[in-house]
Design a protein around this ligand. Structure first.
Ligand code: ADP
Ligand code: MG
Length: 157
C-alpha cells in the first residue's frame, strides 16, 4: 500500500493512524534514508498515544523506552550507529522483543541476522517536497484488521 505524505504533519498523522490500528505487540521496521521521516512517523505514534515529552532520536542510545496509554510499552530503536549486529545481543534484544510491546526499528538492515522478521515494514522516500510511504503487512493474522482512515477513505494496508 502506497501513500503520499505532503508535509511533516501528514507523516505524524499517519503515525497516529498506526497507533490506532496496530496491535499491542507488533514489530515494525522503518526503512528510508536519513531525513526520510522515520523519526517523525514514530513521533506521530507517540503523540497519539499521549506522550507529551520530547521524542529523541535514539541514535546514540540505540533504544528509547516509553510507557504509554493503557500501560502499553513502546520501544524505539535506531540502529544507524550500530557497529556490529552482535551488539544487539549484548543489549538483550530478544528480551526487548519478547515483551508485550510495540517496537519500531529504524535502520533494521544494520541488525541483520539478529532481528526476527517484522510484522510490518514501512519504507519512506523523499519525493519533491513531500514523502512517499509504502506499508507492507507481513503477519497474516494482522492483515484483515489493518485499515487506516486516510483523508476520509478507509485504506486496507
Ligand atoms: P529520519 O528519522 O528518517 O532520519 P526525521 O524524521 O528525523 O528523518 O526527519 C525528517 C525531516 O523531514 C524532518 O525535518 C521533518 O520535518 C521532515 N518531514 C517529515 N515528513 C515530511 C513530509 N511528509 N514532507 C516533507 N517533510 C517531511
Ligand atoms: Mg531517525
Amino acid at each position: 500500500m502506497k501513500l503520499t505524505l505532503l508535509n511533516e504533519q501528514e507523516t505524524e498523522l499517519l503515525g497516529a493512524e498506526l497507533w490506532r490500528v496496530l496491535p499491542e505487540k507488533c514489530l515494525v521496521f522503518l526503512h528510508g534514508d536519513l531525513g526520510a521521516g522515520k523519526t517523525t512517523l514514530t513521533r506521530g505514534v507517540l503523540r497519539a498515544a499521549g506522550h507529551k515529552g520530547a521524542v529523541k532520536s535514539p541514535t546514540y542510545t540505540l533504544v528509547e523506552e516509553y510507557t504509554l496509554a493503557d500501560n502499553r510499552h513502546f520501544f524505539h530503536f535506531d540502529l544507524y550507529r550500530l557497529k556490529d549486529p552482535e551488539e544487539l545481543e549484548w543489549i538483550g534484544i530478544t528480551d526487548y522483543l519478547a515483551q508485550q510491546s510495540l517496537c519500531f526499528i529504524e535502520w533494521p538492515v544494520q541488525g541483520k541476522g539478529f532481528l526476527p522478521e517484522p510484522d510490518v515494514e514501512i519504507s519512506l522516500q523523499t519525493v519533491d517536497d513531500g514523502r512517499s510511504v509504502e506499508i507492507k503487512v507481513h503477519a497474516q493474522n494482522l492483515v484483515n484488521q489493518l485499515t487506516v482512515n486516510w483523508k476520509n477513505k478507509d485504506i486496507l494496508l
